[in-house]
Write a protein that binds this ligand. Structure first.
Ligand code: GLN
Length: 535
């Protein structure tokens, strides 16, 4: 079967966390800059149905797509690099594949056959990938297989990818293997043994890589490249150095300079590169805006999942996007809200405070105090989702005279539930995929900070929450000086809160971070960083 779409399958060896997502996104970006219609898919071989139920400290952020998918954070990388929305179907997990196979079996679709991993599960995987390629009419689809070669969970997926190469032919399918060449100290020799072993493992399951992308701290030395080429059976020009650079946005250029686009086009038998100089000019201007930033602006990010930088990766990026746009270098200090239980003065050194999304009771009191401190001390404050909700709780407690105000998520028995469960959530018991998710329309009131930021009376933003502002308290909050400037579903839900005459005090129920892109920062982040920079 000859497909219209060419596929690039990205596998990983040696260890996780090598930046396979960045390599995949960068390759996709280069093809997009070459005027190819491209998209990315992430395979997550774990047994969770989606990333929604996973702890962000262990697994990194849950990225929410426009169509309400709770996805692996690599989907966010793809969206940011390609500046295009990625549908939820592009994050494939073992649970989704097995559920579809089991469902088909229950419907009797296998006509009495014994249902097996090969061919039934592998067919389901291939169908899913081909459906995406076909329905989106793609020139190239980059498919990143999560995990590390050798993991039991990834075997059916790698087997399916192997079969696709056989069925679609080597002109249409390329394998890229991402590995690591560690050096034991700064000037030490780059070691290739782990890479050799991981390619052996890949070949054992029938996959011969076409390209090697080797992570290393310094550019890959010629001798190391030669060894990797020899042992991997990949020609030297197809071994690419992925060394550390100042910004991940520089990775496409780094791979381009080593000739990766020519190599890919040749393998695909595509001749005559299209003139892409205007695309490159735009992209380079964006990349340069990140590298040339000078003045610093210091932001405190207060939350409970602060131990792993990846827990809030989209928030971090969105802050950097905003900084780059206005020429500021945003430095972010993560502050564990559980440690903010007494003196709050350490927050005074920051130009702005951001409270990102969060769940549960732990650390909530520290966040409530933070929201109040920012209000009292006139420090620019941006509260996202949980940060919106707890800013409302703080206002209830410290301004409206409701000392026990709370969210019922934190104290179900509070006498003043200023934040309460969404009415339609009251009878939901299932935890997976059951929050209010994805893009919804929001109306923004004229003559407000919200309107000044969004310059529009209607915006569409992504959501992920179960609780919301309790309208019983609307009038009280208004009379005490807190304004709700954005709402959805005919004013059924409050979406934006602000405090007039404050340097910048904005709480938003939605998640602006998922819509922020390099060169095109999400508006509320830009406004927040401008306020924090006095720009
Ligand atoms: N825990 C809150 C809710 O469920 C906030 C969620 C979030 O910040 N994403 O509504």
């Amino acid at each position: 079967m000859q497909s219209e779409t060419r596929y690039i399958f990205v596998t990983g060896g040696v260890m996780s966390g090598l930046g396979k997502g960045v390599v995949s996104s960068s390759i996709a970006k280069l093809l997009q800059l070459s005027n190819q219609k491209v998209s990315c898919v992430k395979i997550d071989p774990y047994l969770n149905y989606d990333a929604g139920t996973m702890n962000p400290i262990a697994h990194g952020e849950v990225f929410v797509t426009e169509d309400g998918g709770e996805c692996d954070m690599d989907i966010g990388n793809y969206e940011r690099f390609l500046n295009q929305n990625i549908p939820r179907t592009h994050n494939i997990t073992t649970a989704q594949i097995y559920s579809s196979v089991i469902e088909a079996e229950r419907h009797g679709e296998y006509l009495g056959a014994c249902v097996q991993i090969i061919p039934h599960v592998t067919d389901a995987i291939k169908d899913r990938i081909r459906d995406i390629a076909k329905s989106e009419n793609l020139d190239v689809l980059v498919v990143e297989c999560g995990g590390t070669v050798g993991d039991i969970e990834s075997l059916p997926f790698l087997e399916a990818l192997r079969q696709m190469r056989l069925e679609d032919g080597s002109d249409n399918v390329i394998f890229v293997h991402v590995t690591l060449a560690p050096s034991l100290d700064v000037v030490g020799e780059q070691k290739t043994k782990p890479t050799q072993h991981s390619v052996q493992e890949l070949r054992r399951i029938g996959i011969q890589p076409d390209l090697m992308a080797v992570r290393c701290s310094r550019p890959l030395e010629t001798s190391a490249k030669r060894k990797i080429s020899l042992f991997s059976n990949v020609s030297e020009k197809d071994v690419f150095s992925c060394h550390d650079v100042e910004s991940i946005l520089m990775v496409p250029q780094m791979l381009y300079d080593q000739g990766i686009v020519d190599v890919i086009f040749k393998k695909f038998g595509k001749v005559g590169l299209v003139n892409t100089s205007t695309n490159w000019d735009k992209w380079n201007a964006i990349v340069n805006s990140f590298v040339s930033v000078k003045d610093q602006v210091k932001i405190a990010m207060v939350g409970k999942y602060v131990k792993l930088a990846d827990s809030y990766v989209s928030v971090n990026h969105a802050l950097k996007h905003a900084g780059a746009k206005i020429g500021r270098n945003v430095t972010i200090d993560w502050i564990d809200s559980e440690e903010l239980n007494g003196n709050m003065d350490k927050l005074l050194q920051y130009n702005g405070i951001i409270v990102p999304g969060g769940f549960g009771e732990r650390g909530a009191e520290g966040i409530i105090r933070t929201a109040n401190f920012a209000r009292e001390k006139n420090i620019p404050y941006l509260g996202i989702c949980f940060g919106f909700q707890l800013a409302a709780v703080a206002f209830g407690r410290y301004v409206c005279g409701l000392p026990s105000a709370n969210s019922t998520e934190i104290n179900p028995d509070t006498p003043d539930p200023v934040i309460d469960l969404l009415p339609e959530q009251k009878f939901i018991e299932n935890k997976g995929g059951s929050l209010r998710l994805g893009a919804n329309e929001i109306k923004v009131e004229d003559n407000t900070l919200g309107f000044k930021i969004y310059k529009s009376g209607t915006i569409i933003k992504r959501h992920r929450h179960r609780y919301e502002f309790n309208q019983k308290y609307l009038e009280l909050f208004n009379t005490k000086g807190l304004q709700f400037s954005g709402y959805s579903d005919n004013k059924k839900r409050m979406e934006i809160l602000e405090i007039p005459n404050h340097a910048f005090y904005l709480g938003i129920q939605f998640h602006p971070e998922f819509g922020s892109r390099p060169g095109y920062p999400e508006e509320s982040f830009e406004a927040f960083i401008r306020a924090a920079s006095n720009a």
